[in-house]
Design a protein around this ligand. Structure first.
Ligand SMILES: NC(=O)c1ccc[n+]([C@@H]2O[C@H](COP(=O)([O-])OP(=O)(O)OC[C@H]3O[C@@H](n4cnc5c(N)ncnc54)[C@H](OP(=O)(O)O)[C@@H]3O)[C@@H](O)[C@H]2O)c1
Length: 289
């Protein structure tokens, strides 16, 4: 069984390939540029995969504001190309999406039934990608949030790694304290995705939309505080607002996702975000010793 994993040099794609082992056909832009429709069709029709998991994306949220055409080509048009290939092959597509499709403040975690309200180019193009994927009935669209890869993933850029680096560079850090989300550890998310697709055995989940993150909710400020507390680092942290941080692209003030639909299927339990962080830090320590 050949399972194509796109974005295979990225955080999530890389981990999926590790977990799928020799079932994975890892692809990144060097092997196949997904924005090239003809190349996508040629490649997929000759390979005839059993499933495609699309982890490729234009993920630079702020830069997307300056490169909307490129972001749209990767996050939306490329999904249309994959759908075209899937139709011809009768092949299931798993499309990875984001909590950023939500933007309005909410008093409870968002369920799959809540209507999206994307703000900013990255969010809008990811939402367009969801709609493109949904045009092919044999799809799983899975939204996740705040990904951080294993410490051994040298190429990955994420919040935990950035905080640990900044701790040794700066005596004081100013961190946004008014954005609520669920940081999610990539190995846990990858395991859940494989369960949903029945990609390592078991029955695949019904086609449709799923939310998949670690459990619980926090802010970037609290998350940073927990990273430093658990890592035994003494860093002076100052909470700031999103407005003070003044990033070019908008960020959701609240984008916690309700994972009840995933958990009702009996898949591997997603640990609480603090347990997930502890696992990351333990693995980092092991890697050093
Ligand atoms: N990171 C997060 O916190 C987060 C949160 C929620 C949802 N998500 C979603 O989760 C998925 C995986 O995210 P991630 O953090 O693993 O992303 P990532 O590390 O940025 O990996 C994405 C990969 O896709 C590749 N890519 C870009 N354009 C391509 C193209 N035209 N053709 C083929 N490959 C291309 C990138 O290559 P280059 O590096 O060379 O561009 C990169 O290797 C994405 O759908 C993302 O939107 C991520």
């Amino acid at each position: 069984m050949k399972i194509v994993v796109t974005g295979a040099k990225g955080q999530l794609g890389g981990e999926l390939c590790r977990q799928l082992d020799d079932k994975a056909v890892p692809l990144d832009i060097e092997e196949l540029d997904l924005t090239d429709r003809d190349a996508v069709l040629r490649f997929m029709l000759s390979l005839r995969p059993a499933a495609i998991v699309n982890c490729a994306a234009y993920t630079q949220v702020d830069q997307a504001e300056r490169e909307p055409d490129r972001a749209r080509a990767v996050n939306a048009a490329a999904v249309e190309h994959l759908v075209e290939a899937c139709r011809r092959l009768d092949c299931p597509l798993m499309q990875i999406s984001t909590d950023y499709v939500f933007s309005t403040p909410n008093s409870r975690p968002y369920s799959e039934k809540d209507p999206p309200s994307p703000r900013g180019i990255y969010a809008q193009t990811k939402w367009e990608g969801e709609r493109a994927a949904a045009a092919w009935p044999k799809h799983w669209i899975v939204r996740t949030c705040g990904l951080y890869a294993r410490p051994g993933d040298a190429r990955a850029k994420h919040f935990v790694k950035t905080m640990l680096r900044l701790a040794s560079e700066k005596p004081e850090l100013r961190i946004v304290a008014d954005q609520h989300c669920t940081p999610s550890y990539v190995p846990h998310v990858a395991r859940g995705l494989l369960f949903l697709g029945g990609l390592t055995g078991g029955t695949p989940a019904p086609w449709g939309l799923y939310h998949l993150t670690n459990r619980g909710a926090t802010t970037w400020y609290e998350f940073a505080a927990e990273i430093f507390r658990r890592a035994g680092l003494n860093v002076q942290l100052t909470p700031i607002t999103t407005a003070e941080y003044a990033a070019p692209a908008p960020r959701p003030a609240y984008s916690v996702l309700d994972t009840a639909k995933y958990h009702a299927l009996g898949g591997p339990a997603m640990p609480d975000w603090k347990e997930a962080l502890a696992e990351y830090l333990a693995e980092r320590e092991d890697g050093r010793s």
